[in-house]
Every structure is written in C-alpha cells, then in structure tokens.
Design a protein around this ligand. Sequence first.
Ligand code: SF4
Ligand code: SF4
Length: 671
Amino acid sequence: MWIKTTLVWLVCVAGFGTGFYFYFRLFRYLQTGKSENRFDQIPQRLKNILIGVLGQKKMFKDFLPGLLHAFIFWGFIIISIGTIEMILEGLFPGFNLSFLGISIYSGILFFQDVFYTLVLTAVLFFFFRRIVLKPKRLTPLSAHSAWDAYFILTLILLIVTSSLTMGGARLLIEAHPWDHWRPVSFLIASFLNTTSPSQAGLFWISEISWWIHFLVVLGFFMYLPFSKHLHVMAAAPNIFFSRLTPRGRLKKINLEDESQTSFGAGKLEELPWKAILDGYACTECGRCNEFCPTYNTNKPLKPRSLIVNLRHHAEKKGHALYTKNEASEELKKDMIQDVFTEDAIWDCTSCGACVEACPVYIEHVDHIIEMRRSLVLMQGKMEPEAQAVFNNWENHSNPWGLPQATRGDWAKDLGIPLLKDNANVEYLYYVGCAASFDKQAQKIAVSFSKLLQKAGVSFGILGEEEKCNGESCRRLGNEYLAQQMIQDNISVLKKYNVKKILVNCPHCLNTLKNEYPDFDAHFEVTHHSVFLKKLMDEGKLKLRSHSREGGNLLDKITFHDPCYLARYNDITEAPRDLLQLSSGEKPLEMERNRKKGFCCGAGGGRMWLEEKRGSRINVNRVEEAISTGAKTIAASCPFCITMLQDGLNAKNKETEIQTKDISEILFSAVE
Ligand code: SF4
Ligand code: SF4
C-alpha cells in the first residue's frame, strides 16, 4: 500500500506542478495585452456565469449538440467530485466522502452514475458527428486541431469508463450502505460477475481502473494548455470578464489624453488582455463562421481563424517576451499584416453575427475595430474609397459629399418645422444622411413624416443643422473625425434642449442611443418601427383595409432584419407586427431571421467601400429572400434597402420584386 501512496504523491506533485506551470505561463502571456478594468459590476458578471456557464445558455441555440455538450459540462462538475475523492483516496488511503452522511454520499454516487452515462452518450454522439455527419462548421483548421478533438474525446471516454469499471469491481469486493443507488455500476458489476472473477482479480481490475482514471485526468489537465479544449478552463473566466456595456457601443478613445502615444491596436500589446483570453477560450466550434457574411461569401475574413490566429500569436509572442528571446521571429511580425491581413480587417461589416453566435462570449468586432483604428489613425492606411468618404464627411458632414445646405430639401413642401424656427416640439426626427440625401431613402423620410403628421405627433427636424452622427466613420476606424461630428451634433441637440429623438435608421438609433452617452449626451431614442407600432396600438393611425390591391405592394412580403436593429438593439417584432397589420398576413420568413439574420453587407462603413473580395453579400441575402417567394422585400434600414435593391438588380429581379421600408408599406395601408 505504501508503494502506491508514495507513487501517487510523486506523480501528483510532478504532474500537477508541471500542469500549473503551463497555466501560469498562459496567465503571464495575458499580461502582454493592454490593461483594462473588467472587475466592475461583479453581481452582473456572476449572473453571466450562472446563465452562460452553468446554464449553458448560448449552447442551446443549436439544440441537440448544445444539450449533449451541457451533459458533458454538468457531468464534469459531478465527475470532478468523484475524481477529487479518488485522488485523495490515493494520497490518504481509506479516504472517502462518506463523512458527509450516508444519504448525501449515496446521492453523489447516484448522480455520478447518471452523469457518467450521459457523458458517455454525448461523447459517442460527438465521435459520430465528427466521423459521419462532418458538419462544415467543425472542419478542422489544421491536422493538430483534427486529432486534438479525437484525442480529447478519447480521454473523456477513458475517464468515464475507468471510473465506472472501478465502481463495478468495488461493488463486488465489498458492500457499503451508500452503494444502493448506483444503477450503472451495478450493471457493470453484474457483467463482471458473469466472468466469475476471483477477489484478487477484482482487486486488480479496481486498481488498474483507478490508475487509468488518475493518470488520464492528470494527462488531461497537463495537455489542456496546448489544446483547443483549453476552453474547459478559459470559457468561464472569459464569460465573467465579457463586456457589460451595450453590445453596439464602441470603446471611446480619449483624444484629449496627451499621455496616449498610439491609438487602436497595431500590435498585440495594444489589444486589451481580454482579447488574449478570448483566444484561449475559443472552442474552434465554427459557430461564428456559420453566420458570418464574409465567411459565407469567401472573403479573407473568417472570424474563427481570426481568434485562433490571435491565440497562437499571443502564445508565441508572449513566450518570446517573457523568456526575453529577442531572436524570436514572432517579435518581428506585424500583427495586422502577418498574423491577420489588412483585407480581413477591412472585410468586416461589424454585423455582430459572430459575437451573437459565440458560446463563450468572444468579442471579435471590438478587436477588428481596434485594428482599423490603428490602420487609419496611426498608419494612414485604408481602403481607397475610405479616404474619399472621409473627405466627404470632413467637408460636407455626409458621406455622399452633397452640399450640407440641401440636407433638408426633401421636406420642403411637407410643412415640417425646423427646430431653429420652432423648438417647441415633443420629438426631434433625426433623419440621418441616407434619408436626407439618397433618392430612394428619401421616400422613408417622407412616408414616416406623413404618418407622424396623420397621427398628430408634435415633431420637427434640424434640416441643415443636422450632421452625420459619426456611426460609419467610427466603424471605419476614423475615431478622430467621428468624434468631431458627434460633438458638433451634440452641441446642436443641446442648444435646442432635445430630449426625445425619432430615427428611421438602426445605425442612427445605435449611435445616438448607445454611444452618445459616452459623450455625456443622453436622449430617449426610438426607432420608427417601435414608434409606429405604438401609434397603431394607440389607435392614432388606422388601417384602410386589408385589400391586396391587385396583388401589388402588400402581396407576399418577407422581412430582412437589419443587424443594428435586431442583434444590437433587440428589435425584431415591431417591424413584423407592422407588416402583418399592413398586409393582414405574417411576413414570410427567411431561414436566417431575427438575431440570426444575415447581413446585407453595408454595416461597419462597408456601405461606402467596394466589395472586391469573394462573392457579394447582398446577392447572397437577396437569393434567400427570393427563395421565400416574396414579391416585396421589406426592411427598416435605408442602408439595407439600398443593398437589397442592388442585389435585386444584380439578379435581374428588379421588375418582379421590390424593396420597401416598413414605413412606406404602412403608409400605403393607413387611412
Ligand atoms: S461582425 Fe459580422 S462580418 Fe464581422 S466577423 Fe463578425 S460575423 Fe463576420
Ligand atoms: S470564436 Fe466563438 S463561435 Fe467562433 S469558433 Fe471560437 S468559440 Fe466558436
């Protein structure tokens, strides 16, 4: 017995000591990142752990694999109790948890049996999925990644079977009062009994199983730092430290801070430490790719690779920095060029589909925008069209470069007061650049204004005093110019003591509502879909009839969810309700809808850039819309409408199918 005990002590000290050293190294590499306080709002962070980790919330979006993963996760918690008990028994012979009381101990053993079975089922399913079903999103990134998955599944299989075998053998060696509720162990014991083993045989089965379990657990612990399954350790902290500000809010750069020598992230040290933790937490599950418009149109940006490459770079660079290995090639790398590519950084539409899908709360968009900021503000590098649009914003406060004096021309004959003439209105209608200058989008401004007038809403506009809100400019990395426009807008809004703002554009909504508070400007901002639904509910707008008018505008509508409305601001039902009220029927649904909606390609400032790489995102989306059989593609964003119309033109479908804003559709249906 003492030989075993001595061996267990030696192996434990060596194994766990080495393992902890590996984890400590990873912890030190985290410190390569920029410091950032993520220790605020602890109760909310603990709540996220409850929901995201213990409740496995995001895993259930893909129900069956999510449920089976949850079995493994919950199973691991229960199994760990048994594993700790076994290791302590090895270190202190005779130890067990029976001191907790027979009923508690019996309960623990019962749940262990149950979860061993569930984990076993899940592991077998995951083998089947990888070998037979081979879902595209799980295509391994490398040979190492491929065998790593099988290796880990095999280790889990060994952990479970060794423990069950040991339990079965021990049931035959000696009966205990806490053994009655161990259905699976009893089954194994009956199987062992069929071979009529001797007591010595049972002893060796139990001992060998114990050693297999012990060594595999130790090996698992030591191997994780080198595996994509490091998420077993990193996912919970990553969820705990995930950002708590509104998802649509970009981090504000303090341009007044003279101590700041660089802006954005051109190298690893300029990304926050949480970005490196994101890399550790990535499970390589590919959910982000599955919903990403750039991945689905064969562009260089693939969010899974972005995060995995970030992890590899952080580990290698972190190691070189902490071992002071100045000869390391990793230190010479330009992060944006050599680890990612400039093309990948510019491809992102900031649609947030990756962040929404990621089960471990990784923050892809924030990192991409930080790199764009470095490219634009520090290196003066940008896509060629970006320079032109920056000039337009700088000189005319709108991306089209049209004269600012004509901003309110669309409203000339509508009798809408300008705030400079009458600031005594309840709402400011902040029109935005698209509905002010773009011919098709102006129809939204006109329809919405007429609806407001019909409903007797007290509102006004700013006309030429309105400036671009800075949203696209920020997302294209030009924080400096964006902040100038933001400050200009805020001073006008404050001059008129504006409290309530209506918008027809989700990008205006997101920026005015979620980002302006960082600039000490707080308004009640409402998207027109929500406001119009409220007017309908209050009976301030009345429907004419549900007649189909010969199968024209109101016939067969599908709704495209704008990313900045659905994902960033949780508005998915109001536009659908309006469409149903207008047409008398629920809109036809595309497969990718609501928070899983597919981007039109315009977000992140991409509206103003050429789409040179891969196939076109708007065509991909329009094809999905066409497949519903709809005759009208409705949206509630002027950018989306432009992109969808371009997609229809590219498919030569512009005469058969039309694009409309929900306000235009509602306007055609009310008295
Ligand atoms: S934000 Fe959208 S485009 Fe950018 S990486 Fe994520 S899913 Fe892809
Ligand atoms: S970033 Fe998130 S969604 Fe994408 S592969 Fe990693 S864990 Fe999965």
